[in-house]
Design a binder for this molecule. Structure first.
Ligand code: SF4
Length: 357
């Protein structure tokens, strides 16, 4: 963590920067921070700015463009925050943002308004407020720890937090959402795994993006976690030019199964501010799923979902949930029956207006 690449000056000693990358890093301003672990940096192509892994970590000037339908908080998480760091959108489960640090910062992050800002600190006073909310809300049976990345906490802090959650009788199930096994697999030490093992039932959702991430180091990290009895699922964001082809996605899904990671969700990229260069059309995602279904084992198939703008929750892209279109918006029905709009401009129609932030 101490040796992460965090500045333009450091980055250009390693990569030949393109004009788009240099322009983004030179602007500064409201950009999501730069942060890449030395291990993940070793996977980036120093000469090719279009390499998929490099695109997910190195900013380009398109991050400063705002297109219609985008927002800093498209999922409306801030409206469902009863105490700092708790997002309570569904009746029986909460998202607990333990802090806002990640080992590496993904350029398309849904929580780019929060991560790396240093506002959500993992001190016991703040975490205790979240624990108190969960303790006083008996309908919560499922807690997802996220952030930021919970596995960047110290073993001791995480052990304390998991112990506190396990002591709440109505919390049946704890999950950790993490990218650490992918961007810093060396963090999955025997000591960490031994500590996690004490807190079963505990599940891990690992953020994977591309088959090039499935290195021997990541295979070893996943094996350690699986051998400790921790069920592993994966979450992948569908990204234009990164993983939006059948051969690339199928390769990723197959490699995950070989690591005992069950593909869980394939997310349509959220319309966060400055994400147009990453978002595919929904039709491209449906075509991708059609190209996978039947051509590979059912265990390899994730559920393709849109996290509905405005806090509607995850909506699987099934005939009964997709109601149709209204211009450049896709109309979706959530589990509550409410209708939500996802900005989904069609190819050839162009974007109505595009402005620099
Ligand atoms: S690891 Fe997750 S929370 Fe952190 S920057 Fe990436 S997507 Fe965002």
């Amino acid at each position: 963590m101490r040796h992460r690449i965090r500045t333009l000056a450091k980055l250009e000693t390693i990569l030949e920067l393109s004009d788009a990358e240099r322009a983004a890093l030179g602007q500064g301003g409201d950009l999501l921070p730069l942060g890449i672990t030395p291990y993940y940096m070793s996977l980036l192509d120093p000469a090719d700015p279009q390499q998929p892994l490099r695109r997910t970590m190195v900013p380009v000037h398109q991050e400063f463009l705002r297109t219609p339908g985008e927002a800093d908080d498209p999922l409306g998480e801030d409206e469902h925050t009863p105490v700092p760091g708790i997002v309570h959108r569904y009746p029986d489960r909460v998202l607990f943002l333990v802090h806002d640090h990640c080992a590496s910062y993904c350029r398309y992050c849904t929580r780019s308004r929060v991560v790396g800002q240093g506002e959500l600190q993992p001190d016991r006073a703040r975490l205790s407020l979240g624990l108190e909310y969960i303790r006083n809300t008996p309908q919560i049976r499922d807690v997802l720890l996220s952030g930021g990345d919970p596995l960047t906490l110290s073993d001791d802090k995480l052990d304390w937090l998991l112990g506190e959650l396990r002591s709440i009788p109505h919390v049946q199930f704890v999950r950790i959402g993490t990218m650490v096994p992918v961007v810093m697999p060396q963090r999955i030490t025997p000591a960490l795994v031994k500590m996690l093992h004490k807190h079963h039932p505990l599940w891990l959702s690992i953020h994977f993006t591309h088959p090039d991430e499935c290195t021997p180091e990541v295979v070893r990290a996943c094996r350690r976690l699986s051998d400790a009895g921790i069920p592993l699922g994966s979450q992948t964001v569908l990204l234009k030019g990164v993983n939006d082809s059948v051969p690339v996605m199928r390769d990723l899904l197959h490699r995950q199964l070989m690591m005992r990671v069950r593909p869980y969700y394939l997310y349509q990229c959220d319309p966060i501010s400055g994400s147009a260069h990453f978002r595919t059309t929904v039709q491209a995602g449906l075509d991708l799923m059609r190209g996978l279904r039947g051509h590979t084992t059912g265990y390899a198939l994730p559920t393709y979902v849109i996290d509905a703008p405005g806090g509607g929750g995850k909506i699987p892209l099934l005939p009964e949930s997709v109601l149709g279109r209204d211009g450049d918006s896709l109309l979706l029905r959530s589990y509550t029956g409410k209708v939500h709009r996802y900005p989904d401009p069609q190819p050839g129609r162009g974007v109505a207006r595009c402005e620099s932030a």
